[in-house]
Design a binder for this molecule. Structure first.
Ligand SMILES: [Zn+2]
Length: 262
């Protein structure tokens, strides 16, 4: 029997009465569970196996099958605030799908668990503060992308010019999401940059946050551009072959959220 914290990444119907749940467990990496009778009203697990829930699951790992049976599951944090916010929910779904698609199967990945656990907790608390604008943090998704790049072997150094290798003392003058190279003003010379000014400013703010982690990034410059640049960098390295379906939903939500309200 294994008892582990788990984050539910995905859930889909399997038969008339069953679900398959894919969860990132702290102990065993990504595990697929078959949940029989879960569609009945009196499901024994309540919300513990809802997508994006953080739960404690008890299961017996049967090495001869890919589908494991859950013996017990109880909620640690259902992330209710996050669910009530369209934007935070869309971001959380993209993070969960990236882990689901790219994490190695049946391999313990405790660092990925920790990163996702922290990011979901932060999104949940940002969503709960959003109404009062008190302590929102725009950089959760960007920082998670940077950390995942780092973890998967594609560390992005935001503080150094990739060409002359000098330490940057101001925002870089260009950034290439294909190679991840930042170029300083001197190295760029008279060439015109491909990256937007907001993106470069946002990447610089993320760098300053890496140096001073206690200072929250409240209004990340060019937030959407920065997120897209980092997503593009990550996907250039881990491969575009696996489609991230929830990304198109995130794009829709961004449009909805930026539309002027009447
Ligand atoms: Zn340079």
């Amino acid at each position: 029997m294994i008892k582990s914290r788990a984050i539910v990444l995905h859930r889909f119907p399997y038969s008339d009465s069953s679900f398959i749940v894919k969860a990132l467990t702290e102990e065993c990496g990504v595990v697929s569970f078959i949940i029989k009778g879960a569609k009945r009203k009196e499901s024994p697990f309540k919300g513990a196996l809802d997508p994006l829930a953080l739960s404690e699951v008890v299961f017996r790992q049967n090495p001869s099958t890919d589908l494991q049976f859950v013996k017990e599951a109880s909620i640690i944090d259902w992330h209710g605030q996050l669910r009530a916010s369209l934007m935070e929910l869309a971001i959380a779904q993209v993070m969960a799908e990236i882990v689901l698609r790219y994490a190695p199967p049946a391999t313990p990945i405790p660092d990925e668990f920790t990163l996702l656990d922290h990011a979901l907790a932060e999104l949940d608390s940002t969503a709960s503060h959003a109404a009062g604008q008190a302590s929102t943090d725009d950089s959760i998704f960007s920082r998670w992308l940077l950390d995942i790049c780092d973890l998967w072997g594609y560390h992005l150094d935001l503080g150094v010019c990739s060409r002359c290798e000098k330490i940057l003392v101001e925002p870089a003058a260009d950034f290439s999401p294909e190679s991840g190279s930042l170029i300083c003003k001197h190295c760029l010379g008279v060439q015109s940059p491909r990256a937007r000014q907001e993106t470069l400013k946002g990447l610089w703010e993320l760098h300053l946050h890496e140096i001073h982690p206690n200072q929250a990034v409240q209004n990340l410059s060019g937030r959407v551009f920065v997120e897209n640049a980092l997503l593009s960098y990550l996907r250039n390295h881990i491969g575009f072959l696996k489609e991230i379906h929830s990304l198109s939903w995130l794009q829709e939500v961004r449009k909805l959220c930026s539309a002027p309200s009447t």
